[in-house]
Design a protein around this ligand. Sequence first.
Ligand code: NAD
Ligand code: TYD
Length: 352
Amino acid sequence: MTLLVTGGAGFIGSNFVLDWLRQSDEKIINLDALTYAGNLENLASLQGDARHVFVQGDVCDRALIDKLLAEHRPRAIVHFAAESHVDRSISGPGAFMRTNIEGTYTLLEAARAYWNPLPEADKAAFRFHHVSTDEVYGSLAKDDPAFAETKTYEPNSPYSASKAASDHLVRAWHHTYGLPVLTTNCSNNYGPYHFPEKLIPLMIVNALAGKALPVYGDGQQIRDWLYVTDHASAIRAVLAGGKPGEVYNVGGWNEKANIDIVKTVCALLDELRPDPAGPYARLITYVTDRPGHDRRYAIDARKIERELGWRPAETFDTGIRKTVQWYLDHPDWVQHVQSGSYRDWVSKQYGA
Ligand code: NAD
Ligand code: TYD
């Protein structure tokens, strides 16, 4: 049996592929365009492993997807490929509309054409798993209940609007065509191979370089944080036992204000790699807030827990310690991703 994974060279996709092949011999065809966020170094440990076939290509390329489906006959598609960074979606939304909306549409149409003529048993077993985000639900006030699967969609950024659109397409392909889809809406992930444009890895690499730690606005925005391999285990659980057409919210019951995340990272670095110049928290710098910045996200994960028995294995304390240690242990990975295009982004976003 075979899975077609899209975006499997990115942060969550590569963690999913590595995690999958640690536990299963089921082959993975990994389709990824290798944008700035895709990195084959994440998958270096799979070199020479016949269970992993990497294909560089675009999820908007229908002919390529048709060819891959015909050749490899997967029993499921797990769709991670996306433009994923809110700040980039604010400065340049076009790529988000193309990859996140048109790409998902292209994949759904290719999946439908492949799935329709399958023999009945294969058709019933096939799954299209769409990996989405809690950001589609919008922003919560301090005392609002956490996002349940029934929460109305109120996306506020170009990124979340494009993901919301893709979620709607996935839903429609189930209701209209019967395609057996599954959708997971997960909270903020963190862990190894996280590109240092996002909060946690940016803070780690900036602190180690003695650079400012830019906290947007008052730093009191709240996110729910989940260790990335717990997201991988949730996807495995939903793929195995989720009901076609259903949505499952995935989260870590771990709401934290941004400033507390930054202080935790600083405290761990003070312990693991003390800086003779003084505590890392001295580098914290409040900067202009993100336009339209969502105040709070929180996930009600009771459905996936109740129906599929999924639970996160890591607490925030264990996960963040592993994450900081991983960055300390992988200076080469960090150095390689800080290419010219990364430096261009940092100077555009944060100025001098
Ligand atoms: P990422 O930006 O690290 O990786 C995205 C991957 O998709 C990259 O490898 C990139 O090369 C690839 N890609 C981009 N455009 C493509 C295209 N047109 N065709 C083929 N491949 C393309 O993102 P991530 O953080 O790993 O997120 C993966 C998925 O999970 C996304 O769909 C995202 O919306 C969702 N998600 C992310 C988080 C999070 O905290 N990072 C939380 C919930 C859901
Ligand atoms: P991010 O990692 O970009 O994820 P998302 O916007 O998808 O939640 O940001 C997490 C939070 O951290 C968000 O509230 C914005 C904030 N943030 C900063 O304060 N400074 C930064 O430099 C970055 C990248 C994010």
